[in-house]
Structure formats: C-alpha cells, structure tokens
Design a binder for this molecule. Sequence first.
Ligand code: HEC
Length: 169
Amino acid sequence: MLNVVSAPIQSVKKLLAALTLSVVFISACSDNSGNQNTSSSNSDLEAKAGKFGLTAWEYENGVGPIKQKLNIGNSIDEVMAKSGEQIFETKCMACHKIDERYVGPALKGVVERRTPEYVMNMILDPADMTQKHPEAKKMLAQYATQMTFQNVSQEDARKILEYLRSVSK
Ligand code: HEC
C-alpha cells in the first residue's frame, strides 16, 4: 500500500528536482553570456562611441528614426525582398549598384559590414548619419557626394533592407 502511493510521489519529486536544476542551469548560462558581452565589449564600445558624441547603441546602429533593435530572423522574406527590389530600382539605382561602386558604394554585403538598424537609419536619415556617424562621415569623404533622403517610408526601407539582405547571401 505504502509503496504504491510513494512510488509516484518519488518520481514526481525527482522530476521536479530535475526541472528546477535545468531552469537554474539555463538561466545561469544566459545570464553569463549576457554579462560577458555587456561588461567587456560594451565599455570599449562606449568609450569609442563617446569620442564621437554617440552612445554605444548609436555607434553600432546609426542615428536616425530607428532607435531599437528590429526583430529580424535568419530567413529572408522573399515577398518583402521582391517589393524592396522594385523600390530600390526606382529610388536608389541612380546612385547605387549592387556589385560595383557607382556614385555611392556597392551595396552587396552591406548587411555584413553594418547592422540592419544602421542600414535603415542610413536610408531614412542620410544627412544626420553623414554628419554624426564616423563611418558614414568617412564614406561621405570617400564618395564626395551626399546621399539624399529619397522619401522612403519606414516600411519601404524595411523592404529595401530585405532586398539587400537577399543579395548579400
Ligand atoms: C544621390 C545619390 C544617392 C542616392 C539616390 C542614394 N544613395 Fe545611398 N549612398 C550614396 C553615397 C554617396 C553614399 C556614401 C555616403 C555619402 O557620401 O553620403 C551612400 C551610402 C549608402 C549606404 C551606406 C553604405 C555603407 O556601407 O555604410 C546605404 C545602406 C545606402 N546608401 C543605401 C541607399 C538606398 C537603399 C537608397 C535608395 C533608397 C540610396 N542609398 C539612395 C549615394 C546615394
């Protein structure tokens, strides 16, 4: 009688213990990696960014209307990319080619040198970017033409970004 009752209780206890352990383990892991990232590289980044009057976030992601990380997964949204390609053709091709330098830099691989948020800010506020961000400033000096805002909505900029992600793969 006793055995019949206590056996399931024992296994429930074991299960609970295992669950608790794994929760502790998982949260310890994620805490750790988060802390390492912020403590070592962030203070370097902050110091660098500070020299240009930027926050670490702005240094990585540019200045402009995009002030938070976008939620971007690994896969490409083909429909969005296709529509971005069309917008790119009408609004950007006067100055940009994908594979080679033109009035502005080649944009293939831009998503590898810059964060998605940086690319969006460059599209949405190129004037602020070339005045305030050291990388964009450098590019302005190199290309000697100011990229101008092409009246692109945030939604359309996101589509162009998807297109640029698709050609960079
Ligand atoms: C008048 C020409 C011109 C137009 C139009 C133009 N750009 Fe640019 N773009 C440039 C130049 C030149 C640069 C380099 C920075 C500068 O000098 O302003 C640049 C820089 C960029 C960068 C940053 C590249 C990097 O490596 O950091 C991105 C991204 C970009 N352009 C995307 C676009 C997109 C998308 C469009 C269309 C919505 C567009 N540009 C329209 C000339 C232009």
